[in-house]
Write a protein of this length. Structure first.
Lengths: 85, 474
């Protein structure tokens, strides 16, 4: 699962939703643990696999706007907690 | 290039606080169908009228404070009501559910509603006290235009305390586009839009007969089984507001319809077709309670209990110096592309470039001004902040700003979101209430109004849409 949201708190919640289950218990994934590997589109693991010119065209501007350090920290925390990686 | 441009003469921003109608929003309706006992859990989260008036973002919406004032209010804003709050402000007013039943009755030309008489009499008295309505109009608040229709398929209307107020019937029998739940949405849009019109006319000290044309920019599809989005709720609002010499039509473009409508209004004036054109947007009942599960889960009040409506008067240059720069309208075209970069180039850097301006040259950007206190707890993020960061990033990418300036861009060139999550209403234009006085006195040089629309939601295209308009001083 690849996320593209811009806010660290939102990324964390979405990551939690597709791994451990919806933490807000408001959607269909409440209590459903999918355990999907989840990454943010700006993380090196994803970015390095993308065509650089397409990445720049589609994501480049958003990446400048995002607080990527905070986003990466949030999503890595969820991965470590729920997937043990 | 034309030297003279049309101007925006005024805006009225009105909130109708309708916690009783919250349950007829799309999300609450679906949730209540699944769990009929849910309303008992919702009720403790409904706000009083006084709380809705004191709510900081609502005070900003009607013009009693500038948007930047919210940065000084401790969060959560709903816990820190404005002690000096008033239900009226320079841009508009806040009315309550007790006013609104009468407005709905005034909007009903077909006997669709059957509302308790004592409620309507109370509404009439409250509406009289606003000073916006003539006696003959007030009588319409208590006397049905036609006897109530058949109650087949009707649904009950309830006040915030759960008591039954009356019922609303279906339209044509068997017409799935005129079921009672759709008609209450349409009547709420008409009533709240007409109230904004009344407010604007009073603010501008303008006779209703001077209005020549209206462009509706609301979200409701008014029609019948053969023409579901038939339209012209704008003309229905004009009739209710006494604009006897006006006609109108509706502009549909999801949430960016208001900016499309504003540009079209400017063009009608610039072309000499009409002198007084009003863009009007009624409130969206479907969006009440949209994020309610997130709010209940966080033990917050159900903040989406307000129908917000606006009316904006466009006219020829009036010496105020405020110009609609129709020579540099930003538009997202079919070819523009859907990435953030493509959208903002089309809506920001391209039109600014046309005028020889760089991103930091615009004093204020009005974007999708959704109140973050409503969206963040429900997981939808701080919408205006995301927009400001993207515009700033575009400035960096174009070499017009430094990367270190991205974090501070919102404080300098932006504002906190303060508008109820009513789709089209947060689309930039409520900032006009704050921008117009500053553009007139010169404390603001210019402001760019940017709206985007999620066309893909309608299943006819995967595209988005967007439009922007710069106002400056001539």
């Amino acid at each position: 699962m690849i996320l593209g949201a811009a806010e660290p708190a939102y990324v964390e919640m979405m990551a939690e939703t597709v791994t451990a289950g919806d933490p807000t218990y408001t959607g269909p994934l409440a209590g459903v643990s999918l355990g999907l590997p989840v990454y943010h589109v700006t993380e090196p693991e994803v970015r390095e696999k993308a065509d650089a010119s397409i990445y720049q065209d589609q994501i480049g501007l958003s990446e400048v706007a995002m607080q990527t350090d905070d986003i990466w920290q949030s999503i890595r925390k969820v991965r470590e907690r729920t997937l043990g990686s | 290039m034309t030297e003279t441009f049309p101007t925006i003469r005024g805006i009225a921003c009105v909130i109708s606080h309708t916690p009783g109608l919250l349950r007829y929003g799309s999300k609450p309706t679906r949730e209540l169908a699944r769990e009929p006992g849910l309303f008992d859990k919702m009720r403790p989260h409904l706000r009083s009228f006084d709380d809705a008036v004191a709510y900081g973002p609502n005070q900003v919406f009607i013009g009693n404070h500038g948007p930047e004032w919210l940065w000084s209010v401790p969060e959560p804003w709903w816990r820190h009501g404005d002690e000096g709050a008033r239900a009226t402000g320079p841009a508009g007013r806040i009315v309550g559910e007790d006013h609104f039943w009468g407005l709905l009755q005034m909007a009903d030309d077909f006997g669709i509603l059957d509302i308790d008489k004592s409620r309507l009499e109370r509404s009439r008295d409250l509406l009289r006290a606003t000073g916006l309505f003539a006696d003959a109009e007030l009588e319409r608040a208590v006397k049905a235009a036609k006897p109530p229709a058949s109650s087949d398929g009707s649904i009950s209307l309830n006040a915030a305390d759960g008591s039954e107020v009356g019922r609303i019937a279906n339209g044509y029998p068997g017409d799935s586009s005129q079921t009672a739940d759709i008609l209450i949405e349409n009547l709420a849009c008409k009533a709240s839009g007409a109230l904004a019109l009344k407010e604007l006319l009073a603010q501008m000290k303008m006779e209703p007969g001077e209005v020549e044309y209206l462009l509706g920019c609301g979200e409701e599809a008014v029609g019948d089984r053969y023409q579901r989005g038939g339209g012209s709720i704008s003309k229905a609002m004009a009739e209710m507001a006494g604009c006897t010499q006006a006609t109108g039509s509706d502009v549909k473009a999801f949430c960016c319809a208001p900016v499309h409508a504003l540009v079209l209004a400017g063009a009608l004036v610039q072309g000499g077709v009409y002198k007084n054109v009003i863009v009007v947007g009624g409130g969206s009942l479907a969006k009440l309670g949209m994020k309610m599960l997130g709010h209940m889960q966080k033990d917050m009040p159900l903040l989406e209990d307000c129908l917000a409506s606006v009316a904006i008067l466009v006219g020829p240059a009036d010496g105020s110096g405020v110009r609609m720069r129709l020579d540099a309208v930003g538009k997202h075209t079919v070819a523009s592309g859907g990435s953030a970069g493509a959208i903002y180039e089309a809506l920001v850097s391209e039109p600014l470039g046309h005028l020889g301006l760089r991103i930091p040259d615009v004093d204020k950007y009005a974007v999708e001004l959704h109140n973050p206190e409503i969206t963040v707890p429900a997981g939808s993020g701080n919408v205006p902040r995301t927009n400001y960061r993207i515009i700033a990033a575009l400035g960096v990418q174009r070499g017009e700003m430094k990367r270190e300036e991205v974090d501070g861009f919102e404080r300098v060139h932006g504002m906190p979101g303060f508008v109820p999550t009513q789709g089209h209403i947060p689309a930039a234009l409520p900032y006009l209430a704050h921008a117009l006085p500053k553009l007139r006195d010169g404390s603001l040089r210019n402001a760019l109004f940017i709206a985007k629309g999620s066309l893909f939601l309608g299943k006819m295209t995967n595209m988005v849409d967007g439009m922007s308009l710069l106002l400056d001083r001539g």
